[in-house]
Design a binder for this molecule. Sequence first.
Ligand code: NDP
Length: 421
Amino acid sequence: MVDGYHKMSRSAQLEWLRDHTQLTTDELDQFGVDYIHQQMIENYLTDFSLPEGIAVNFKVNQKEYAVPMVTEEPSVIAAASNGAKIVNLAGGFQSESQLLKMGQVLVSEIVDPEQLTAELNQVADQILEIANNAHPSIVKRGGGARSIRVRNLGHQCLSIDVFVDTQEAMGANIINTMMESVGNWIQEQFSGRLEVDLKILSNLADCALTTVKCDIPIQLINSDLERARDLAKRIAKASYFAQIDSYRAATHNKGILNGIDAVAIATGNDWRAIQSGAHAFAAQSGMYKGLSTWKVVDDKLCGVLKIPLPVASVGGSITINKQVQQNFKILKVNTAKELAEVIGSVGLAQNLAALKALAGEGIQQGHMKLQAKSLLIANGAMPEEVDSMLSLLFNQPKMNAQAAQKVIEEVRNKRNDGNKN
Ligand code: NDP
């Protein structure tokens, strides 16, 4: 136990870490400090870096994009670019999005839910006014609370859902502020007839849905028409399995989110919010299903992805993180809506590449090629040695730690022998 770690000076915190962890003084001395990031979180230690790369050849709603992606998984950017290129040749993605967000006031101990629902609906305009008065600046920007819905949850509980246009912001803080005012007002107005329990944003953002489509002439996935037909059919079947089996759907959706998360991180967006919304939406029918479907229609492979994407172009860390600002310059998106449409397209491209590999040669062949560099480094190769070792590693019967160590040793021995001669 440590009391008041957050109140300690930085040097006292480092001293505490030296005494209570395995970090050495040298290691602690090397931690860099970003003074802006230090203000963003509690108990800041240092910055943690992840690789960032660019996925290319995205065409969304007829506009070309280079997409910054932050990910530690070697195959993600290659797969996104691969999927994007195929769809680009087919004319690109068509993507559309709506960006309302929902807050909820959860109430309990209700005697007559139907009567209370009717009364709450009668004061809908007042509820919207209370919400808007709690955050007037979003109204000035053209947004604000738009409508309400009252849902009977059973068990003497109701949810008063408030739909809010948060413009360019993701809106969690805006909505939480609004819900606190609305909740307090409801408690006062309906005193003795209900208990207001929770006042907060819902991350099941099904009113911030992005729908992405693409229609791919099958010869773009294989120039041999018969093979292309077979592959397209297998891709459609793989997507069907994600509709009828939740175990498969979880992996299917993870592939989609591989791409979506990477762009969300690169653009300073809240990927936890996206993840929870995506999974909740995938289970909304009562069964967890794949978020995308693929069908073959008249020698075309047609993909559709529907996913909540409550993303932002301002707020949170977006405005203050320099790298995020640079990534917006790479991406050249002008609005949160456009960002959602590009991010959704990355999800569908990622899904296409994964299913194409899975239905074709299998996922491991490509995956392991891309993992090879990480495998060599994890087993002691220096970054500058990696290129000279790759082809040898590919020729090993199995690509694993033992094989990597063998290759490293071989290359180094050969180099040492060469130096001696
Ligand atoms: P902020 O609290 O940063 O609010 C965004 C602010 O940006 C607005 O209040 C507004 O301030 C300003 N702004 C400037 N230009 C615009 C514009 N064109 N449109 C809209 N706003 C504009 O962020 P959010 O309310 O969006 O909340 C997002 C943050 O909340 C994220 O960091 C998220 O991780 C976190 N969060 C998430 C939760 C969840 O998902 N459950 C819960 C709690 C927090 P003004 O109008 O006053 O100038």
